[in-house]
Design a protein around this ligand. Structure first.
Ligand code: NAP
Length: 503
């Protein structure tokens, strides 16, 4: 099983105690004592015994590193002293000693009884063939554990590290940077010996390192095994997405052996990513959520591969959920359609109303408006679309068979259901409201698709006027529920998913 190791910046003895205790409390399996962070390099040698005594007192395995400045570390003393410090750490009970491959090529001390990890780091790029580095490490020391950590600047480069792990199980292989997070989270699936987690974002010692809490509480990395199925959200940017939170919690609640990952796929990388996935069935990717800017790309890609497109996704022109069948066949769905529809039906019911015959005003003509207008027209709602760019409103209205107008016509609207499908009101623009509050009436149902913040300016006005309010979070949870069911074939734990989102 992959071990979670927490790097401890050993600046002084108190910081060591404090961080090691936090790592123990956070369910880390190992500590990496980074001696190169010691405040006063002159006194490091004299303190090594005490550092090791404290480090070993937590009953966790200990890796000792004193990273040289020329390999991205902070140690600036002589090589001779550095080797003596590492030898002393090994003699004082370190289980593993990390030494840079470049240093070992000049001189490789015997660290027995500690195991030697020979490491290679590149903070700026990814080698074309990382296998060459692993081969060099085995030539320099056949018994050493190879560690390779290189910066991935795209998801394509990340695949080199996953291929490397598959070919050399038992090594430590990391793609640094946000694009490489997947290599840190799935080490347990592909045979990686260790994965590094930071105590908190400020204590990260490498780009893309995620926190111990996220690893254990959100991604359940300890449970990741070769059988674990992989899922993820594809988008750019993606770090704000709450989809990993809601899906991983739901998997855990149902005992489903899956892990859901954030996948930062650049605007031009969608097809490359999907081709890479398709040619590596051993990755066990079984489904994806798709967000900006890839929903249309997903539709086009699945069509080009002769996959199945759900009729609602076809009409909307966007896929937000991809399922990869056992036979590799792709299917595309749009769960925003179902998620919004359920939120609206529930909201209208609070006013004892139903969809057919309801008059709706939709503000916005983008992707979300497309899904909602399609769902409403399918359910016999009389829709008028209002948009800043009138040509986009016209195009959507003609596709869906409804009316349209410019934003200046909103005060004349006759609707009892008002829906904001623009980004107005979303963080950081939280003071914006898409409509003049005067048009909101107490007998209306007002739905804001924006859910960050939870109560937007529009919903504040609606609440004050006595209207029924529907939050964008309801839509988000409902669409995730539908996705979970498509991913797993099981009934979704709706309540758990709502609680995860703070509802
Ligand atoms: P989109 O395709 O980019 O469309 C954005 C829409 O907002 C367009 O109609 C655009 O008008 C309008 N707009 C943007 N800035 C405006 C401004 N300053 N004044 C007036 N109109 C403006 O985006 P989308 O994918 O439809 O997403 C829209 C919002 O939906 C997002 O911001 C997000 O908060 C929310 N959302 C919610 C969920 C959920 O599950 N609750 C899911 C996805 C998205 P023009 O056509 O004139 O540019």
């Amino acid at each position: 099983m992959t071990k979670i190791i927490v790097p401890i910046k050993v600046e002084n003895l108190d910081r060591l105690r404090e961080q090691a205790q936090a790592a123990l409390d956070g369910k880390a399996d190992m500590l990496e004592l980074r001696l190169d962070y010691w405040q006063n390099p002159e006194t490091l040698w004299h303190n090594i015994g005490e550092i090791m005594r404290i480090g070993k007192s937590y009953n966790l395995k200990v890796l000792v590193t004193c990273r040289a400045g020329w390999e991205g570390g902070l140690y600036s003393g002589s090589e001779e002293t550095r080797m003596s410090i590492l030898k002393a750490a090994a003699n004082a009970g370190a289980n593993y000693i990390d030494l840079e491959l470049k240093a070992a090529q000049k001189h490789l001390p015997d660290f027995a009884p500690a195991y030697t990890i020979l490491s290679f780091h590149d903070f700026d790029g990814m080698p074309d063939d990382p296998q060459e580095i692993v081969d060099t490490i085995s030539t320099v020391c056949p018994t050493a554990i190879a560690k390779i950590a290189c910066k991935a600047s795209s998801i394509t480069e990340t695949f080199r590290i996953l291929d490397l792990l598959k070919a050399n199980p038992g090594i430590i292989a990391i793609a640094m940077g946000y694009e490489g997070i997947i290599t840190r989270l799935t080490a347990g699936k592909f045979g990686g010996r260790l994965t590094f987690a930071a105590l908190n974002n400020a204590d990260a010692t490498a780009p893309g390192q995620i926190t111990l809490e996220q690893m254990t509480e959100m991604y359940h990395v300890h449970k990741c095994s070769p059988q674990t199925k992989l899922f993820g959200v594809i988008g750019s940017p993606i770090s704000h997405s709450r989809s990993p939170e809601i899906h991983n919690r739901a998997f855990d609640h149902c005992g489903f052996d899956g892990m859901y990952l954030p996948l930062l796929i650049g605007p031009d990388e969608f097809s490359i990513f999907m081709d890479n996935i398709s040619s590596r069935t051993w990755l066990d990717f079984s489904g994806f959520s798709v967000t900006i800017p890839h929903k249309h790309n997903a539709l086009e890609y699945i069509k080009a591969k002769c996959g199945h497109i759900d009729p609602a996704a076809e009409i909307i022109g966007a896929v937000n959920t991809i399922i990869i069948g056992e036979d590799g066949k792709l299917s595309g769905y749009n769960t925003d359609y179902y998620g919004a529809l359920k939120a609206i039906i529930d909201g209208l019911a609070r006013n004892s109303r139903t969809l057919p015959g309801t008059k709706a005003a939709i503000v916005g003509s983008g992707g979300v408006a497309r899904a909602i207008v399609t769902a409403l027209v399918d359910n016999k709602v009389e829709v008028t679309i209002y948009n800043r760019t009138i040509s986009r409103a016209k195009e959507l209205a003609e596709t869906c068979g409804c009316k349209y107008a410019g934003l200046e016509k909103l005060p004349d609207m006759q609707a009892s259901l008002l829906i904001n499908c623009t980004s107005l009101g979303m963080e950081p623009d939280i003071e914006s409201c898409p409509v003049d509050p005067e048009i909101i009436k107490p007998d209306m149902v007002v739905f804001d698709t924006v859910y960050v913040p939870l109560e937007t300016k529009l919903l504040k006005y609606a609440h004050a006027s006595g209207a029924v309010c529907i939050s964008g979070l309801d839509m988000f949870i409902n669409q995730a529920v539908k996705q979970f069911e498509l991913f797993t074939g099981k009934e979704a734990p709706h309540e758990t998913m709502s609680n995860t989102m703070g509802k």
